[in-house]
Ligand binder design. Sequence first.
Ligand code: G3P
Length: 217
Amino acid sequence: MKFFADTAEIADIKDLAATGLLDGVTTNPSLIAKSGRNFMEVTKEICDIVDGPVSAEVVALDHETMMKEAEVLRKIADNVCIKVPLTIDGLKTCKALTSDGTMVNVTLCFSGNQALLAAKAGATFVSPFVGRHDDNGVDGMDLIRDIRLIYDNYAFETEILVASVRHVTHVLESARIGADVMTAPPAVIKNLVKHVLTDKGIEGFMADWAKTGQSII
Ligand code: G3P
C-alpha cells in the first residue's frame, strides 16, 4: 500500500521523505489555506521534494474553468496530479484530462456509486473520505470495502486512495481491505511505528547489553 502525506507543510514532508517511506502528497484548498503559503509556490516545492504524485486541487466548480485551472497546475511539475471534486463537472474534467495522460485524483467521494463514476471517468485515484463518514456515525471503512469489491468486479484500474484518515486503525483496516493508497496527516503516519512492547524490548536489550561491558564500534 502506498503512503501519501496529507499536508502542505514543507518541514513535515521533508521529514517523512527522509524515511524513504513517502510515496506522494495530497493537498486540498483547506490544507493550502492552513499552510499560509502561495498555492503555486508550495506545490512546486512539494513536487521538488517528492518524486511521487502530488495532488493539487482545482477550485472552480464548472468544467470549462476547471480545465483552465488544470492547465496552470499541471505546468508546475510532471508529478502534479490534478484533484477534482466528485461532481458532473469534475467527472467531465477527469475524463478530458486522463484522456491526454494527466493524472487525476477525484476527491470528496462518499458512496460506492460515486466511486463507480470516478472509475468510469478514468480517474487515476479516487479519494473516499472515511473520517467524515465516521463523524456522522457511519463506518467509513465499509465504503472502502464496497469500492474494493466494485473495482475488483470490473478490474477497474482506478486506485483507491483512502482519505480523511484520522488514526492508525484506518491505515490498518485499509491495508486489510486492499486499498491501493492511504493519505494521512504526518502525525498519523509517525504513530504507525509506535508500540509500547517495542519500546520495552529495546529498553531490556540495552540494559542487558550494558552488563556485558562490550561495544560494537
Ligand atoms: O484528503 C482529505 C483530507 O484532508 C480531509 O480530512 O480530516 O478534514 O476529513 P478531514
